[in-house]
Write a protein that binds this ligand. Structure first.
Ligand code: ATP
Ligand code: MG
Length: 574
């Protein structure tokens, strides 16, 4: 799959005409050209504030805000808050923060479906007056049975032919609080034999004696999604209502309601494939379970596929937008591999994260021919040459240093390029050292110290001969290095699709017990002592890291690994 390049900020220069346009943009372009909406393009992003947003929502946000921006239109931010039992202001706040952080702006176009309750009620009364809606007094179970099956038509409710006056009276009394939950519902009068089961007199209102987070106890009847959503779109003058494929069958209800209550030109619904990402779950209900059961540390746990989790993990908004552009817009549901997401994150961070040295699993090295008190400041560039950015930092080199245990092997494979007994390797940005002696812990037999000698002539000199077959290793001065905690993350689940698992198991049975490894006693170069929470670095060969927004402190930094590097080298891999 080539990059879809749907985000103009990510499009390489000159590619505008060559890139194929997705089907949604094709539709919007057709409508702006034909002038059905007078050239207006108004989309919306309509989350329900019942949880934090996830990477699937990010796809929807990029599509809705992206299309509006590309066609000179606007995208409304609308909270689809019609369910008093699950919604909360803390979710509204997290969603606003996450959408802004992703880089999108709804300007003054912030709306709540709960502000439309009065208007929606009036529209329901109009439908009843037109003989197009009725109060059904069957039980939930009777309604379910009466709906029929895919192969059998439904049966009319005994209350279906109630007189308009009686319906109006009952509906008013439902609103007035006279009846308990479930006593009555309002239904559209469409067709109980319709092939599309959604059209078999869908429910429009239900009674719920519950306190709503915004409207308090003002209402005890609440509109259903199928009623509130299309009519909210129409009230706001939305032109293109873009949603995910599972709402395809609801489109008939959408059209029926809007056709009956609003003049042309009216909004139309279009569906695209939702994002499914391997090794994670993407439903707010399941993510909420993980949070509530304490299986993760919160909505912003760096392993969560939430936007808050990805922000804390260290993904940049540009990287997430690049991912959304690369997966593009499709009409068929499919799964996307984690590699695709991680590639986009890496590609974005490459030019964003300066290089730094960190020793994750320290091994003591003494440079025996280095004077005890000598401290030499080495100027090491912050960026590799191909990035084309300026800047360097000074790293102190002393007699006693630490290197990563994984950069030394007593029993190296044939293609080993780092330190071995008797072998040489360059200290990154510095001198070549040769390992002359390996000291072991007498109790455990574990390598405890390398005694090395350095070549004073090798600083800045090109490698020759056997030295060409080596690679530079990271190091820190023992007396200058800063202790750090480093957290390495792995997949949250052990199976690609934790949502469809064998009978009797749930997604929770497939949590990866090793999804986080916390390394204490890591050592980082002195400049990183002052890393501000949110600062990102590439720790050479180990991946990209961010100073944790919550736990990192000046002088006691805590780093999260954002993503590993693409090359074969992984700490502990050999
Ligand atoms: P969830 O199943 O995670 O609770 P939802 O659809 O119930 O998701 P909403 O808050 O209603 O959550 O979603 C807001 C918008 O985001 C909707 O237009 C929905 O279609 C879209 N959306 C939700 N999940 C995805 C996804 N995985 N991929 C793309 N778009 C999504
Ligand atoms: Mg929903």
């Amino acid at each position: 799959m080539g990059p879809a390049m749907s985000d103009p900020t990510l499009r390489p220069k000159g590619s505008e005409t060559r890139e194929p346009v997705d089907f949604l943009r094709e539709i919007v372009r057709r409508d702006t050209e034909s002038g059905v909406y007078g050239g207006r393009v108004v989309t919306r992003f309509p989350p329900e504030p019942n949880g934090f947003l996830h990477i699937g929502h990010a796809k929807s946000i990029c599509i809705n805000f992206g299309i509006a921006a590309e066609f000179g239109g606007v995208c409304h931010m609308r909270f689809d808050d019609t369910n008093p039992e699950t919604e909360d202001m803390k979710y509204v706040e997290s969603i606003r923060r996450d959408v802004r952080w992703l880089g999108f702006d709804w300007k003054e176009k912030l709306f709540f479906a709960s502000d439309y309750y009065e208007k929606l009620y009036e529209l329901a009364i109009r439908l009843i007056g037109d003989g197009k809606a009725y109060v059904d007094s069957q039980s939930e179970e009777e309604i379910r049975k009466g709906r029929g099956t895919i192969t059998e038509p439904g049966t009319d409710s005994p209350y279906r032919d109630r007189a308009v006056e009686e319906n109006l009276d009952l509906f008013a009394r439902m609103k007035g609080g006279e009846f308990p939950d479930g006593a009555h519902v309002l239904r559209a009068k469409i067709d109980m034999a319709a092939r599309n089961m959604k059209m078999r007199d869908p429910l429009l209102y239900r009674i719920r004696h519950a306190t709503h987070y915004r409207r308090g106890d003002a209402w005890c009847i609440y509109p259903m999604y199928d009623f509130a959503h299309p009519l909210s779109d129409a009230i706001e003058g939305i032109t293109h209502s873009i949603c995910t494929l599972e709402f395809e069958n609801n489109r008939a209800v959408y059209d029926w309601l809007v056709d009956n209550l609003f003049p042309e030109p009216r909004p139309r619904q279009y569906e695209f494939a939702r994002l499914n990402l391997d090794y994670t779950v993407m439903s707010k209900r399941k993510l909420l379970q993980l949070v509530e059961e304490g299986l993760v540390s919160g909505w912003d746990d760096p392993r969560m596929p939430t936007i808050a989790g990805m922000r804390r993990r260290g993904y940049a908004p540009e990287g997430i937008r690049l991912f959304a552009a690369r997966i593009g817009v499709d009409k068929a549901n499919s799964r996307v591999s984690m590699e695709l997401l991680e590639d986009a994150i890496r590609d974005d961070l490459n030019a964003r994260a300066p290089r730094a040295m960190a020793v994750l699993r320290p091994l003591k090295v003494t440079i025996t021919n280095w004077p005890v008190d000598r401290v030499e400041g080495l100027e090491i560039p912050l960026w590799p040459r191909d990035i084309g950015k300026e800047g360097a930092r000074t790293v102190p080199l002393t007699r006693e240093i630490r290197i990563d245990r994984n950069d030394f092997s007593t029993d190296p494979p044939a293609d080993w390029r780092r330190l071995r007994p008797g072998g040489e390797a360059r200290l990154m940005g510095g001198y070549f050292i040769r390992c002359d002696e390996v000291a072991r812990d007498p109790a455990t037999g574990e390598v405890a110290e390398l005694r090395c000698s350095y070549d004073p002539e090798s600083l800045g000199a090109p490698a020759k001969g056997d030295r060409k077959k080596t690679t530079a290793i990271q190091w820190v001065s023992a007396s200058h290095a800063v202790p750090a905690e480093i957290r390495l993350y792995d997949r949250l689940f052990t199976v690609a699709d934790p949502e469809s698992v064998e009978e009797g198991k749930t997604f929770r049975d497939f949590l990866n017990p090793a999804s986080v490894e916390t390394l204490r006693g890591c050592l980082v170069e002195p400049a990183l002592a002052s890393a501000a929470p949110g600062d990102r670095f590439q720790f050479v060969r180990n991946g990209y890291f961010i100073a944790d927004e919550v736990d990192s402190r000046p002088g006691a930094p805590v780093f999260n690994r954002i993503v590993g590097l693409k090359d074969k080298y992984r700490p502990g891999a050999h």
